[in-house]
Design a protein around this ligand. Structure first.
Ligand code: MG
Length: 286
């Protein structure tokens, strides 16, 4: 299922997308977080409702929001998780080109979440080096603590696309990613969550970012240094993961920081993040 949070006639609802539009699932749960917390039983009810609904609201008639518009916690992020991107980042900073031996975790504030189609404020008064990062993000479906790698994917509720918009100059200045990656609007997410049953292998997906129609990032989720089971197992070894928690798995090469000359987002730039089996997340820098 493709699960969405959306506005229709001024009301926020959750639903599922099928060929003729969105089927309202709000009767089952008021928010996506409640639907996720309801577990497999509630998800089965959602499937039934989707199959049986006589009509749907056309996608054009609704406004899609981020599937989880307000996460309960920070978004858990992996940095330097594709070798070619790690090298381009280190090279741009003049640092030794050494790949991480352990997953690099940081986070983005929940207030950074942005919607499909939402404009990304560039905030030129704060940063002159805003950059794009297409990423595969996963949503945790049930409480996870000290999970074995072999079991890790059974804790995933579904997958979505996240654009980890960054402020490179502040990343360097403040020596830590939290501020520079948490600007309001810097975490576009969506357009929906694809439930895990539809993506049995999250490491078999082409991942791309098109900037004003030009493909600047083009890679494969099989190229992650630390795969999703490793990230879940490592993080949950010390930190409890809960339903609705979001982990975004890092970006491949092709960000503006790694280009010669470097290229930064400017007002009007259109970012289209595309991941196979999920779809396209489109946002405009403003
Ligand atoms: Mg990132």
């Amino acid at each position: 299922m493709k699960l969405v949070t959306y506005h229709h006639n001024g009301v926020e609802r959750i639903g599922a997308v099928r060929s003729d539009g969105v089927v309202d699932l709000s009767v089952l749960a008021p928010t996506m977080l409640d639907l996720i917390a309801g577990g497999p039983g509630l998800l089965d009810q959602a499937r039934e409702l989707l199959a049986q609904a006589e009509s749907a609201t056309p996608l054009e008639a609704v406004t899609l929001l981020a599937p989880i518009p307000r996460p309960r916690k920070n978004i858990i992020c992996l940095g330097m998780n594709y070798a070619a991107h790690a090298i381009e980042s280190l090279r741009a900073k003049g640092l030794p080109e050494k790949l991480p031996e352990y997953p690099v975790f940081f986070s983005k504030a929940p207030t950074a979440v942005n919607h499909p189609g939402g404009s990304v404020p560039l905030m030129p008064e704060l940063s002159s080096e805003r950059d794009w990062e297409v990423e595969l993000a996963l949503v945790i479906g049930r409480q996870a603590r000290n999970v074995a790698k072999e079991e890790a994917l059974t804790y995933v509720f579904g997958y979505t696309i996240l654009n980890d918009v960054s402020a490179r100059d502040l990343q360097t200045r403040h020596q830590q990613f939290f501020f520079s990656k948490s600007f309001d609007g810097s975490a576009p997410m969506g357009p929906w969550i694809v439930t895990a049953d539809e993506i049995p292998d999250p490491h078999a997906l082409r991942i791309q970012l098109h900037l004003n129609g030009e493909t600047v990032q083009d890679s494969h989720t099989g190229d992650m240094i630390f795969d999703i089971p490793t990230s879940i197992a490592t993080f949950s070894s010390g930190v409890t993961l809960e339903p609705g928690d979001i982990i975004t798995t890092g970006t491949p090469s092709g960000v503006g920081m790694g280009m010669t000359p470097q290229r930064w987002l400017k007002s009007g730039d259109v970012m289209e993040c595309e991941i196979e089996r999920i779809g396209v997340l489109r946002n405009v820098a403003e």
